[in-house]
Design a binder for this molecule. Structure first.
Ligand code: PLP
Length: 397
């Protein structure tokens, strides 16, 4: 018996799994010392925010009126900030947005809640490619939508186009694409995006419906080997982009991001108005004011992406040498490694005995794999390799 809402009961029970992992890391650090525990479970940036960002915050507080900097503004955000962001996207991707296309959000998570509040009716289906960030389940069910998972293509972890086509129904309202991807680190290519767009276009016609791509892009700037991350609004009209500065500027606690609602989407004017109202009625009211002004002042700054790349190379090469199987990812800060045994929880348990903490793929609806978040110090990567060697040996690799 409980007083909490029925829908929350499942979330509370599931939460304890993640909580347990967190507590386990702390427990192990207490026994063995933090330097002897290799916690690869969290996607929390390990490089500091760029110096420009700190400078910008100080300058804003010195130069701009307090009443303005800390005050309410339009629910969609400060007009000058939104114009700066639109100009930056246009410069980088050859688009032609203006401030009316940008809605400032409380991170990517806030942005996705705003867009699903804006477009979903009860029973609407939202597709996404497995493996996927499980919070999507909540972002969709918060508005009585139903998340439908597309089977993974475990050969490449690119989008499974055949299963996408099979799973689109007259109730499909949106497809979430997360590029670069959490948890696989894969970057969907231009070719993949073109195929996806062609299928959605055909299905919209066939059913006489609108199917939106919601492009979840917190990892856009974390791309390696010079790989291009396609800007999806250029390939498909009904695209809404959800961006976040959480990873690009190492600001996850500050909660700042934006949505792009292009004029090309169906019913764009209504949708922009509705999204600003959704921001208000969900209780965000507006994105954090100081951070809006700060990101606008250093719009083209990035965190130290080279550090993540160094970690990626060292860990990927180290693990493959030990016999582990893994796609070499070109984005984000995750490796998605095949478990040497079918039940990846067994792999996680063996790793834990060696003080290495991994997240089971079933947490991303893709059993048989584990996620390794390499947003840790380079020393942690290097010092973990002997532990992975012990784990490999114990698992018969
Ligand atoms: N989407 C994905 C795929 C993520 O991995 C995360 C955070 O890790 C988010 C959304 C939420 O990001 P934010 O901190 O911008 O809300």
């Amino acid at each position: 018996d409980t007083v909490i809402a029925e829908r929350m009961v499942g979330l509370v029970n599931n939460n304890s799994v993640i909580r347990e992992m967190f507590e386990e890391g702390k427990r192990l650090a207490g026994i063995y010392g933090a330097e002897n525990v290799f916690d690869f479970s969290l996607g929390n940036p390990s490089v500091p925010a760029p110096e420009e960002l700190n400078r910008a915050v100080k300058d804003i507080l010195d130069e701009e009126p307090s009443i303005f900097v800390h005050g309410y503004m339009s629910n969609a955000g400060y007009e000058d900030v939104r114009a700066t962001i639109a100009d930056s996207i246009n410069r980088r991707f050859g688009t032609s947005f203006n401030q009316s296309n940008i809605i400032m959000t409380v991170g990517a998570a806030g942005g996705m809640n705003v867009i699903f509040k804006t477009i979903l009716n009860p029973g609407d289906e939202v597709l996404t490619f497995s493996p996927y960030f499980v919070e999507y389940n909540s972002y969709v069910s918060n508005y009585d939508g139903k998340l439908v998972a597309i089977d993974p293509d475990t050969e490449t972890f690119q989008a499974n186009i055949e299963d996408l086509e099979r799973k689109i129904t007259p109730k499909t309202k949106a497809l979430i694409i997360n590029n670069p991807n959490n948890p696989t680190g894969v970057v969907y290519s231009e070719e993949t995006i073109k195929k996806v767009a062609a299928i959605l276009d055909a299905k919209q016609k066939e059913y006489g419906t609108e199917i939106f791509i919601v492009s979840d892009e917190p990892y856009r700037e974390l791309a390696y080997d010079g790989v291009e991350v396609p800007y999806i609004t250029k390939y498909y009209n009904n695209t809404i982009v959800g961006y976040s500065f959480s990873k690009s500027l190492s600001l996850p606690g500050e909660r700042i991001g934006y949505l792009v609602i292009p004029d090309e989407v169906d019913d764009a004017e209504q949708m922009k108005t509705a999204a600003a109202i959704a921001t208000r009625v969900l209780g965000f009211v507006n994105a954090p004011s100081l951070m809006q002004r700060a990101v606008a002042r250093c719009i083209d700054a990035k965190c130290d992406v080279d550090s993540y790349n160094r970690n990626r190379e060292a860990l990927y090469n180290g693990l493959v040498k030990l016999g582990f199987e893994c796609i070499k990812p070109q984005g984000a800060f995750y490796l998605f490694v095949k478990s040497p045994v079918p039940d990846e929880k067994e792999f996680c348990n063996v790793a834990k005995k060696h003080n290495v903490l991994l997240v089971p793929g079933s947490s991303f609806k893709c059993a048989g794999y584990v996620r390794i978040a390499y947003c840790v110090s380079y020393d942690t990567i290097i010092n973990s390799l002997p532990r992975f060697a012990e784990i490999a040996q114990e698992m018969g690799l």
